[in-house]
Write a new protein. Sequence first.
Length: 198
Amino acid sequence: MYINCKVIQLTDEENEKYIVIGVSNVDAQIRRERELNAASEKANRDALTGVKSKHAYDESALKINSEIEYGISSPFAVAVCDVNGLKMVNDTKGHQAGDKLILDAARVICDIFKHSPVYRIGGDEFVAILRGSDYENRQDLIRRMTDWNAKNHNDGGVIIACGCEAWIADQDETLEEVFRRADAAMYLNKDSLKNMSN
């Protein structure tokens, strides 16, 4: 049982000291708050991969848009990632194999962008919002993804198309503008990966 306890030392008119102890039952309130926190955490986590959910991405976008609007945003970049070949795996090997492909891709994306929040925003689409060291090293991280894809092209492992674009402070008014450029870059990368297989 959760309780709240307050202890106060008082002095009366004759300079006698005494202690007053107040105890209140806060069990129902604490349990309700814990249930709400658990429900919020569940809504913000993708059930399959454990990365942040589309709901969490939308909340982050609102926060970043507000920072941009008030001129207090720190530099950031958006990396949009898409798992190649998911439909073919689902159609030929089944959805369990497709789920494994998504899980494998999530692990790679989280490993490459290890200092950034990663969100699953669609069936095979992930987004990382890069700040700090990942933002500073974004070109090296994209090179790591390129190297990963080249290795897996030969070994038959998961291949992930990726596009990354940085926020331009005097141009981009919302995160969505950066996302659109990163998404377009991801599709260009996806096309080049298809050409690599031909």
